[in-house]
Write a protein that binds this ligand. Sequence first.
Ligand SMILES: [Zn+2]
Length: 397
Amino acid sequence: MGRYLWLLLLPLFLFGSSVKTFKWNNGESFLHFLEHKKLPLSLYYSMDKEDQKLTEDIPFSATCQMLISNKKIIEQILIPVNDELQLQIYLTKKKKYHIRIIPIVAEMYHEVLYTEIKTAPYDDILKSTGSKNLASTFVKMFKGRVNFKKDIKPGDPLVIVYNQQYRLGKYFSMPEVSGAMMEISGKRYAVYKHTDGRYYDAKGAQYEKFLFKLPIRNARITSRFTKRRYHPVLHRYRAHVGVDFGARPGTQILATGDGRVCFCGYSNGYGKTIKIRHSNGLTSLYAHQKGFKAGIHMGSKIKQGELIGYVGSTGLSSGPHLHFGMYDGSTPINPLSVMKKKTEGFTGKEYRQFVAIRSKLDKIFNEKMKTKPVRHKLVDFQNTYYVDKDTFKAKVF
Ligand SMILES: [Zn+2]
């Protein structure tokens, strides 16, 4: 490994380039960023609408990388737009800047955490894994079901079964929890992720206390949520971090859940947009509106199903529709995975599927309770790297 690493680093030593990491500024517009770095604004205008819109979803405080030559020339910048795709600005041999969207190289690992509570679940999960995201995901899952302050006693066990992405040896993106359980004074509370992406208790009842409703009556979905899609004709990567509903201009847009308006205004890509922050920590977004309901403003208190605005085609939109987004912090999630299901309980094939998932997870829970494994600490890798222009492969610097 050492020998290969040396070969990798050689050209960088020769040319004296260096990699700097920086955090994406909260709320910074992409155009402002280019201006600030003295990069041509034409980079933004050369992108198509869909890609321009993606620049508005760059997560707050996203970790970005910049490769700079010894003459202080920016050779490359990498900005993650979600956990699968990143923007790459790079200097060509002809000394011109280009921009494109490329996949983020990450590895997925399946992990199981067993721990006993010493102080509080959040602190104990953080201590044993170092992952704030895993700790907060777990707490969110059981919030409203378990009283974390009152019910839990030291020594109560918890198990989490999840997939975690790593980028160059470090946690990357939100963990995907497939099941979790806690035993409080001998009573088990378990959550299972079904094939529909929703969480259920052992009886197959939808687990989340806080469930959303569709923002359009008689909704017709025209484009679904995807973090990464390869366009076979255009030969490029795409993402659509929301759900589009086709509807006539002027169709009523209804709040998906109770909450408070945290944005009400115009953005380049999304046009007239409202964002609502909900009590479970998620934020919903309603874009391309024709207009808002009179009287709505920042801070307005909203009830589920309340009229907030009207379908339009403002911003970078190809026709009247509602782009509906859902965010956990600044991470986009599939809005349909947190919608209330019309029917309660499983039947037939779906029931059999659920039983299979449940018994598989129960088996893991029980095994971990018996063996009580000690989780070994992760090795700390360096986190600065750049991407090879031709292979897309990440290279450690
Ligand atoms: Zn959309």
